[in-house]
Write a protein that binds this ligand. Structure first.
Ligand code: ZN
Ligand code: FE
Length: 257
């Protein structure tokens, strides 16, 4: 399974999963249809699945047109999103499994950004390879999604599930927010040398117009403040010893950053 990153709207990423041996493809969070249709034509692939992480328009905007072009496509989303995702046929819960080509993804329920948000995790075929995590707007490179329909408690629980995946997992998040996220991170975790180094790298990448997605989960664990609520530096920056409060206050600070 090959993962192809497409740019969409102002800062969204769409991911096409391609299996050349079978001429089939799937798409994660098609913000719009056009770039996906173009890529499918280039690949000469039939679209068999749309994997939606949540109902926001910049993640499902292409569903309708893709369904028109590929009437047999199956549209997946979270069970709690019933009625909010165009064309949804499959209603997924924590622990469900979905298949694409010869791979199986585990569904992880990650409410917080929205109350229905799910992530799709494809474990590696063998331990030397990377797993693939499609986490929508829950975990970002260097940050996390805003809490539109959830609480800090829920989001900490959701992010804990993602954090428990292997370091060697590629994080395919749905927006290019990394530079701004790391700018914020440095204001609350200034002494973190891994973070300083990452910021420099990302700054260079972005100045050359390069994408910073996917990142590696191991790097997120070292540098993303929204996965580091137990760290003394972050508890100091938020003036509390409570992990959920640390997270909640960081999220509040980032909202105003
Ligand atoms: Zn969203
Ligand atoms: Fe989004």
């Amino acid at each position: 399974m090959q993962v192809i990153r497409l740019e969409a709207l102002s800062d969204n990423y769409i991911f096409v999963l391609n299996e050349p041996k079978q001429n089939i493809a799937a798409v994660v969070d098609p913000a719009e249809a056009e770039p996906v249709l173009q890529k499918l034509q280039e690949l000469k692939a039939e679209l068999v699945a749309i994997f939606n992480t949540h109902h926001h328009q910049d993640h499902i905007g292409g569903n309708r047109q893709l369904m028109q072009q590929f009437p047999n496509v199956i549209v997946y989303g979270g069970a709690e999103d019933k009625g909010r995702i165009v064309g949804q046929q499959v209603f997924l819960q924590q622990g469900d499994r979905v298949e694409f080509a010869d791979r199986t993804a585990e569904v992880i329920f990650v409410p917080g950004h929205t109350r229905a948000h799910i992530a799709y995790y494809f474990p590696p075929d063998n331990p030397s390879e990377t797993g693939e995590l499609f986490c929508g707007d829950t975990l970002f490179a260097g940050g996390c999604g805003r809490l539109f329909e959830g609480t800090p408690t829920q989001m900490v629980h959701s992010l804990s599930k993602l954090r428990s995946l292997p370091d060697h997992t590629r994080v395919w998040c749905a927006h290019e927010y990394t530079l701004k996220n790391l700018q914020f991170a440095l204001t609350v975790d200034a002494e973190n040398t891994d973070l300083q180094r990452r910021y420099d790298e990302v700054k260079t990448s972005r100045s050359q117009g390069e994408a910073t997605v996917p990142s590696l989960l191991g790097v997120e664990k070292q540098t993303n403040p929204f996965l580091r609520w137990e760290q003394p530096a972050l508890q100091l920056a938020t003036n509390t010893h409570d992990s959920v409060q640390t997270f909640g206050r960081l999220r509040g600070m980032k909202d105003k950053f």
